[in-house]
Design a binder for this molecule. Structure first.
Ligand code: EPZ
Length: 423
């Protein structure tokens, strides 16, 4: 098992590139199931979760692989003839987003058997809305032996009204509705850029999806879809994390490919804390202020402040002047990074789903443990500022969603390396 060891205190400088978006790549890889033939996706980040999705597709009998050499950012998925529409527990338990194969499988093959994802470190994360949506399109759903069994000779267009706004729920039902007979209207949909990107790919395949990016999506079902070649959009959460790295280290960094229109709420909060954020060279530059001001954060669905940036902004607030109130409204257990930030000397009090962060003069390095993907990023960010050495263990969490983050930070001047943890 690896750990990351870093010494803080170096202001980051230079340019860094953002990789393709994890939360777009996962549904988009699953969408390949909707078309016969070979689909090619470029700018696919090299992450543990992407490896798992490719493995899920292979267990069904698809050819699914990442190319090598100059095309190492490209994945090819070939589907010819029938497949075994099943996603096993052993894979789904490692990555709950595997549930995204459910919609495409029942739509294209008329049946699917997918392991229930189970709980997760940050919350219970049920899939009731995914199932509600598929039922509204006429799928028969049974839960047996920990698996969702879905069947439908032919899905039919219908009305889907989500009780809660769900990103992968919206994506799963979209991927089912594109091959349903007739029109589907989905209300109270997620508006995340990744949902829009999936709609872009589906329409390229020949689907008729309108309204993605708004809370109402309308889909006219079609008979069949074609394979495509598509480059995946940049990762806005990785971009946000790199902007915070510049801010917390007191540096000045250009984050290439970062799209301002996907990061409005994050940019607002960084500016409010005193950072200078400018669009430049097809990316975003962050120049840190002499001293950071505390700001309040409330996580909501897009275009509000993303829950996937909460831990990173909390790290920044630990060394800002004043008191910051951070409310987490999406997941019920997403403060696991707080006790670890305490170990670095942070002053944070939790009251229910709110954390009160009192800025301290400085942090000091320590051994800390990652508990989930974004928590691991927040510990590395705090380590960039902490005096002395910080060791972050269990970085397999980090590798699920960041492509070689320590190498990118080293390229900006950070004293950081990955080492094998002694057993
Ligand atoms: C997606 O998860 C992202 N994952 C998450 O990113 C992100 O945190 C989340 O959206 C919110 O933005 C991917 O896209 C692969 P939700 P998802 O369904 O779709 C409740 C990261 O760090 N809910 O939008 O699973 C749920 O419990 C990850 O990259 C139901 O009650 O999240 C939560 O409280 C972590 N029933 C809320 O809705 C359902 O059927 C939002 O969850 C579905 C969800």
């Amino acid at each position: 098992m690896d750990k990351i060891v870093l010494k803080g205190g170096t202001p980051l400088h230079g340019e860094v590139e953002v990789s393709g978006a994890k939360n777009a790549a996962l549904p988009i890889l699953a969408s390949a199931l909707l078309a016969e033939g070979t689909t090619t996706f470029r700018n696919v980040p090299d992450l543990a979760d992407v490896k798992t999705m490719l493995a899920v597709l292979r267990t069904m009998g698809c050819e699914a692989e990442r190319l090598t050499g100059k095309k190492a950012d490209t994945c090819e998925i070939s589907i010819t003839g029938d497949i075994t529409p099943e996603a096993p527990y052993d894979l789904v338990k490692t990555m709950r987003a595997s549930i995204l194969v459910l919609g495409p499988l029942v739509a294209r093959f008329g049946r699917a058997r997918v392991s229930m994802p189970g709980g997760c470190a940050i919350g219970a994360r049920p899939i009731d809305q995914h199932l509600k949506g598929l039922k509204a399109l006429g799928a028969e759903i049974h839960l047996t032996e920990g698996y969702v069994e879905a069947r439908a000779k032919q899905l039919k267009g219908g009305m889907v009204n989500f009780d809660v706004i769900t990103v992968t729920g919206t994506e799963n039902v979209m991927m089912a509705a594109v091959l349903a007979k007739g029109r589907t209207v989905m209300e109270n949909c997620a508006r995340e850029p990744e949902v829009e990107e999936l709609a872009r790919v589906l329409n390229k395949m020949g689907a008729k999806v309108e309204g993605a990016g708004s809370s109402v999506i309308t889909i006219e079902g079609v008979e069949s879809l074609n394979p495509v070649d598509h480059a995946i959009l940049p990762d806005r959460i990785e971009a946000g994390t790199l902007l915070v790295a510049a801010a917390i280290s007191g540096g000045n960094v250009l984050v290439k490919h970062a799209r301002p229109e996907h990061l409005d709420a994050v940019i607002d909060k960084l500016r409010e804390s005193g950072c200078t954020i400018t669009a430049e060279g097809g990316g975003l530059r962050c120049k840190a202020p002499r001293s950071l001001k505390s700001v309040n954060i409330t996580t909501t669905e897009h275009p509000g402040f993303p829950t996937d940036m909460q831990a990173q902004l909390m790290a920044l607030m630990t060394v800002s002047h004043g008191t910051s109130v951070i409310s987490e409204n999406i997941f019920e257990n997403r403060f696991m990074h707080v006790p670890e930030l305490h170990r670095l000397g942070a002053d944070i009090t939790i009251q229910g789903h709110t954390a009160v962060v009192k800025g301290v003069k400085g942090l000091s390095g320590a051994q800390v443990m990652a508990t989930d993907l974004r928590a691991s990023a927040s510990l590395i960010l705090a380590g960039l500022r902490a005096e002395g050495q910080t060791e972050v263990s269990r970085v397999y969490h980090l590798d699920r969603g960041y492509e070689r983050l320590e190498r990118k930070l080293r390229g900006l001047g950070a004293d950081i390396r990955r080492v094998k943890e002694r057993a």
